[in-house]
Design a protein around this ligand. Structure first.
Ligand code: NAD
Length: 245
């Protein structure tokens, strides 16, 4: 509790907070992480199903996983942790959320400056001609998968698969926010997916205080983290908001 009060004081004094989030923040919204031993990923190896090579080779197989993931995402609602970040932005402390998640829950929680480092699930895109259309529930009724109206190729959600590059705009904005923040909150990420995992190291190099919330320790914990809170983001983030009020 003392450490949490200290973090709230630092946030109050310095402001300029940036949150860097991962799959853990959406667990309580009903979306499992890749690496936890839960549901979806016991049946679908992400290294196999989330690689662009697998999609291009066999879109029908990968769409079985995408369809299940999409149902979870369409049903999900922001967790108390997402809502707390929305509140922190409205209170003027949080300047940006850099997220590795594709579920759109930071937008739903009211955050305006959200950098989606790994793309988003709101659009379907053609890997060949790059035309886009909204990813709606109706798209899930098209079997074996939705197709591009121009070139007939299998559409994919506009998310970054392994083997694809990070959207340039997101990369530039994320680097800027990482350099300029005074406090970085690392929330619910294992810190093993690169280049995303470089972001907190940039903030540390530019002098930010690093606060981490996770159920378990990560590569950040013993290297750059100043304050580590072991537990759920939905417990700690609302507490920080309460202390700031
Ligand atoms: P990860 O699965 O590698 O790690 C998740 C981390 O969250 C773990 O360290 C775990 O201990 C922690 N965690 C779990 N529940 C938590 C909670 N309630 N509070 C705080 N921490 C909690 O996830 P990652 O680091 O984001 O990397 C996985 C990649 O998979 C990302 O690139 C992301 O794009 C993608 N992904 C996204 C979603 C989503 O959009 N919701 C879901 C699964 C995977």
């Amino acid at each position: 509790m003392e450490d949490l009060k200290k973090v709230a004081e630092i946030v109050k004094e310095k402001g300029q907070v940036v949150a860097f989030t991962g799959a853990g923040i959406s667990v309580e919204s009903g979306i499992p992480t890749f690496r936890g031993a839960q549901g979806l990923w016991e049946r679908y190896d992400p290294d196999e199903y989330a690689h662009i090579r697998s999609f291009l080779r066999n879109p029908e197989k990968v769409w079985m996983m995408l369809r299940e993931m999409a149902y979870l995402i369409f049903e999900a609602k922001p967790s108390p942790a997402h809502l707390a970040l929305g509140e922190l932005e409205r209170m003027g402390f949080l300047r940006a959320v850099i997220t590795q998640n594709v579920d759109g829950l930071h937008h739903e929680a009211g955050n305006k400056n959200v950098i989606e480092y790994h793309g988003n699930h709101r659009w379907l895109v053609c890997p060949s001609c790059h035309s886009k259309k909204p990813f709606t529930r109706e798209s899930l009724n098209v079997f074996p998968y939705p197709r591009c109206e121009r070139c007939e190729r299998a559409l994919k959600p506009d998310v970054v698969f392994f083997g694809e590059s990070i959207p340039l705009d997101a990369m530039i904005r994320a680097n800027e926010e990482a350099k300029n923040c005074k406090v970085m909150l690392i929330i619910g990420t294992s810190g093993v997916v690169y280049p995303a995992a470089e972001i907190p190291y940039i903030s540390k190099a530019y002098g930010a205080t690093i606060v981490e919330i996770n159920l378990e320790r990560t590569p950040f914990t013993n290297s750059i983290t100043d304050y580590f809170f072991a537990g759920s983001a939905s417990t700690y983030l609302p507490e920080i908001v309460k202390l700031l009020k």
